[in-house]
Design a protein around this ligand. Sequence first.
Ligand SMILES: *[C@@H]1O[C@H](CO)[C@@H](O)[C@H](O)[C@H]1NC(C)=O
Length: 290
Amino acid sequence: MAVKGRQYGRVPPRKSSSSMMIFAMLLIFSFLIIILLALGILSIPGSSKGSTKAHDLSSIARNTITKGDEDEERKDQWVEVISWEPRASVFHNFLSKEECEYLINLAKPHMQKSTVVDSDTGKSKDSRVRTSSGTFLPRGRDKIVSDIEKRIADFTFIPVEHGEGLQVLHYEVGQKYEPHYDYFMDEFNTKNGGQRIATVLMYLSDVEEGGETVFPAAKGNFSSVPWWNELSECGKEGLSVKPKMGDALLFWSMKPDATLDPSSLHGGCHVIKGNKWSSTKWIRVHEYKV
Ligand SMILES: *[C@@H]1O[C@H](CO)[C@@H](O)[C@H](O)[C@H]1NC(C)=O
């Protein structure tokens, strides 16, 4: 009996001390979890801020959020496939008016007569087939240029590092660029970055008449485009895109099987009325070192 009594007597205090223990442990656990959470919450944006790693998927959500904030002023953007041979599409309102004006003003003091690449020597030479003037802006020159280059990389699925510097071009009345390929036929020009795979041509101004980008070797009935009646004689010689401030034309000089695409032959029609400003990004198969 005495043993039993002692047992009964001991049990209640034991119960309360063990529940105290459980309570204390719960407290410690919740503190631990709170500390871990706090560290986690603080470290996620902090650690991924400077990272631009290609496989860092956390940047997706971040880019989506920042995009919405800054694009309030931008006009409607949409992509229109205009041809499959060559592969070409127009990204409407790719650049804002301010970006177009910025690029023109940046380039204006440095414009020089355009040259073409001599396919025998690989060097630049003067030419009657290209009568515009132009200048190169170094890749990543400043924040605005970098933003545009990032947007081009997003649009083309080719990293910024594969791009040459932006070229800004100016065509006055009568100036043009005869149909040509953007890919190279010589060894010299493909040493850095390999072949040119794609081109993004951005229109920095409207052109009152003429100045179309024409693809004379495009397949299909190019007189069925809705803007056919607005084209110049030169523009009617192929599939044409009319310059419109802010629009970007993407076309591929190589097919998906990595062979050169002769249907990418293209030219700049002579300007009949007004002024044409454009900016070109040539993109290589490999990284282009600057
Ligand atoms: C091309 O398109 C135009 C305009 O839609 C049409 O009038 C013409 O008959 C077409 N040509 C051919 C060869 O299909």
